[in-house]
Every structure is written in C-alpha cells, then in structure tokens.
Design a binder for this molecule. Sequence first.
Ligand code: SAM
Length: 181
Amino acid sequence: EVAVLRLGHRPGRDERTTTHVGLTARALGADSVILAGSAGGRRETIEDITDRFGGPFAVETTDEPIATVENWEGTVVHLTMYGLPIQEVESEIRNVAGIDTDADDDFGRLLVVVGAEKVPFDIYEAAAFNVAVTNQPHSEIASLAVFLDRLFDGCELDREWVDADQTVVPQAEGKQVTEPE
Ligand code: SAM
C-alpha cells in the first residue's frame, strides 16, 4: 500500500496544486492520498475524478499530519530538495518498504510526504528517507510523479481501473471516450 500525505496547504493559493497532488498520486499508482488540514477541502474534486475514471483510490483527511507520519506503520519517505538523490536510494526504499513491482500483490506500506510551504523539521526526523528529485527547487507535483514512476519502475503505467463511468480509448489523433454499461 502506498499513501501520499499532502502537508502545508495554503487556502486560496494551493487549491489547484493540492488537487493535482491527489490526481497525480491516483494516476501514478498510489492507493490513497491523505489531505492535511485545509487541504481537506479538495477531497470532493479528487473523489469526483475517481468516481468518473475509476479506482480503487481513497481520499482521507487528517488534522494531525505529524502524528500520521510518526505513527505510520511502515516506511516514510519525505520528498525534499535537501534530501538524498532518488537514483541513489530508490532500490533501498523498495527493499525496506517491501514494494515488489513483479508481484501481483505487495504487502509493503509506504507513506510519501510532500509539502507546500516550509515543512516542519519533525517530518525530516520522522522520515526514514528524505529524498530529492534533483537538489533543485521545483514542485511537489513533479517530484511526486518522478518518485512514483521510479518506485514502481514504470509498472504503474499499465494499471487497470475498475468501476469507471468513462474510459479513454487511446487515439493517435482526436478524442475517444467510452461509457461502459
Ligand atoms: N521551501 C519549502 C521547504 O523548504 O520546505 C518547499 C517548497 S516546494 C514548492 C513544495 C514541495 O515540493 C516540497 O515540500 C517538496 O515536497 C517538493 N519538492 C520541491 N522540490 C523538490 C525536489 N527537488 N525534490 C523533491 N521534492 C521537491
């Protein structure tokens, strides 16, 4: 199980970014997103996409994100530009977290933490791995996308979705969407 924790949402400024953290987590193979504090306001938008385009994908909320991290039963990765390069730690993370991209089911539990504004130092300490996707400043959406793709070694791109109202049929040109009965 892979969950993504969205920290530090600033009302107004971060609405779209928080939605995109949730949608990116869903599209790229995580099982759930946990929205901290006022990020919880984006819950319905993310759930609406799951209702339309399929799942499974869960949206949860918390008012105690540091406790969520400290009490997580499994491995915690915090994405930060100050961390260790992903290319140096990705296989160790898979081993420690028990993520097996060849298995149908994996039993590992991994929490991936992304911030918005300054992330409390408690998170750096509680994380088993502070991981950088380059040591350059960029975005929680970009770092999450690269991290998940590396974690799952691209297998998430072939994922199948259940209970979708709409399915996109890939086209070289134009748009085709089917609505299963
Ligand atoms: N200035 C903030 C700090 O010092 O914690 C971070 C701001 S950044 C816009 C928001 C989030 O994007 C970070 O909390 C981190 O999760 C992610 N992020 C940005 N650049 C990253 C990088 N190079 N590698 C990994 N994560 C990154």
